[in-house]
Design a protein around this ligand. Structure first.
Ligand code: SF4
Ligand code: SF4
Length: 282
């Protein structure tokens, strides 16, 4: 079972949910936690991971052979990212904008474009204990897209694990779509604020578009504010867990501790949420 954890915006508690859920499930099941929040991976802080493997992730950058180029501009026309342009002095490649899609070299009518590899980040794989495997992607600073890193990370999905948890990037852009591909269920983490609701709506639209069953986790819950409950009813998406706005939970998080280890009543609540997920997948 693959469960992707996402949130419309950063800072809503995606890491809290991913790490504590992984810990609770690993007490009864074989779990793999993949941190696909490649711009800012931090799940590993909460575990003592023994990393055994590190892989480079490369893209292929175009290299123009000026002696062959006929300055037709086809490469610039086909590039979706404005990463290659034709000037009076010749063709220029803007490496930091290039996604390495290869379209320009296909479009070139005279085969003037070859490709050279460039590292955009890394994937690290390791083990926490006998029932928990771990993986994370790291995007190099300044690189425009982490999609390749996530794809590479997902090649390490442990098909023998009972549950694979993928902690996605925040937002609803390409890296999140990549993290959701193949998912059996999506956990949408939000908070009861107007901003939280706005971004939750975007996340709901995305999972509906991708036809993935989903449930909401309300983090920093305040019983007096019901905007998420009202929306969940309207959108027909169940709320599977509420985590209160609690000083002790926040303090434990800031110390890099899993709060389920200090507040054991939460183990059952997370496990119950998982049972609800299983029912919703069926
Ligand atoms: S490889 Fe793709 S993104 Fe990079 S310059 Fe060529 S068309 Fe643009
Ligand atoms: S498509 Fe090829 S020939 Fe045309 S401008 Fe680009 S590199 Fe030069």
């Amino acid at each position: 079972m693959i469960i992707t954890i996402l949130s419309g915006k950063g800072g809503t508690g995606k890491t809290t949910v991913s790490t504590n859920l992984a810990k609770v499930l690993s007490e009864n099941l074989k779990v793999q936690l993949l941190d696909a929040d490649v711009e800012e991976p931090n799940d590993h802080i909460f575990f003592n991971v023994d990393f055994s493997q590190t892989e480079s992730v490369n893209i292929l950058l175009p290299v123009v052979d000026e002696s062959r180029c006929i300055q037709c501009g086809e490469c610039a026309k086909v590039c979706q990212f404005g990463a290659i342009a034709l000037f009076s002095t010749g063709v220029k490649v803007f490496e930091t904008l290039c996604h390495g899609c290869g379209a320009c070299s296909i479009a070139c009518p005279v085969d003037a474009i070859s490709e050279k590899p460039k590292e955009i980040g890394k994937v690290k794989i390791g083990t926490v204990n006998a029932t928990m495997n771990f993986g994370m992607g790291i995007l190099n600073i300044g690189e425009p897209s982490g999609v390749r890193i996530i794809r590479q990370l997902k090649k390490h999905i442990d098909r023998k694990a009972d549950v694979i948890l993928i902690d996605s990037s925040p937002g609803t852009s390409c890296p999140v779509v990549e993290s959701l591909r193949e998912a059996d269920f999506a956990i949408l983490v939000t908070e009861p604020t107007t901003f939280g609701l706005h971004d939750l709506k975007l996340a709901v639209d995305l999972v509906k578009e991708m036809n993935i069953p989903a449930g909401i986790v309300v983090n920093k819950d305040n019983e007096e504010v019901t905007i998420i409950d009202d929306f969940a009813k309207e959108a027909d998406i169940p709320i599977i867990l509420k985590i209160p706005f609690d000083r002790e939970i926040a303090t434990l998080y800031s110390r890099g501790e899993l709060f389920v280890e200090y507040l054991p009543e939460w183990k059952k609540r997370f496990f119950d949420a998982f049972e609800t997920i299983k029912g919703l997948i069926k």
